[in-house]
Design a protein around this ligand. Structure first.
Ligand code: ZN
Length: 211
């Protein structure tokens, strides 16, 4: 962020700086933060950035760079609910066999099942691109997000009406759809999985400490 002297004087006053120096990052950074907060950040970054530079292209450009450096690493839970089945070998005979880390199991659950009421919003755990949004052959409505080369997150048993389409870019926390009963399921829950180069990994290793 770059200030005109008059805007900097105003922003420095908002930040409560004494003898502010526009060339000193120790003054410029809090002044920029105070200025943006006074215009609605962090609740509404787009409005705050637009007040700083009223060009329609400016807020999306800044936000896309911010995401590349900061928000892109943000990981959130897809929803808040009760984990009814964890990751790994299981006695649930509905789960398929899988060999994992040198052992083969008759039944292996490749994700987390998180129970929540029908219609609960399901959110992208991190920024990425929608690579699948639709119905699988077993009837399950699924969204898949690619977060990086070969790193996917999968959200299953959603209701038919989705909030995203194939190819959409999403940010962490963006609603993808809602908890449904599509596919083979005995009650409303989200089947959530993360794959690294096609190999499932325990989502609890990736998700933050439970909120
Ligand atoms: Zn499951």
């Amino acid at each position: 962020m770059q200030f005109l002297p008059a805007t900097f004087a105003h922003a420095a006053k908002l930040a409560g700086l004494i003898k502010p120096d526009i060339c000193n990052p120790a003054d410029a950074i809090p002044a920029a933060a105070a200025y943006l907060v006074s215009n609605g950040a962090p609740g509404d970054w787009t409005r705050a950035l637009y007040r700083y530079d009223p060009a329609t292209w400016y807020p999306p450009l800044v936000m896309s760079w911010a995401q590349r450096y900061g928000d892109g690493a943000l990981v959130v839970w897809p929803l808040i609910g009760t984990i009814t089945q964890g990751f790994g070998p299981t006695t649930f005979t509905a789960e398929p066999p899988r060999c994992y880390e040198g052992h083969c199991y008759a039944h292996f659950h490749d994700g987390l099942d998180i129970a929540a009421p029908l219609g609960t919003p399901v959110r992208a755990i991190a920024a990425g691109r929608v690579v699948l949004a639709g119905r699988l052959s077993d009837g399950a409505v699924v969204v898949e997000i690619e977060h990086g080369p070969d790193v996917l997150s999968l959200y299953g048993h959603l209701q038919v009406t989705l909030a995203v389409h194939l190819g959409d870019s999403v940010v962490a926390g963006q609603v993808l759809g809602t908890v449904g009963l599509t596919g083979n399921t005995t009650g409303p829950h989200l089947h959530f999985a993360i794959y690294d180069a096609g190999v499932p990994i325990d989502p609890l290793l990736i998700l933050p400490v439970r909120p």
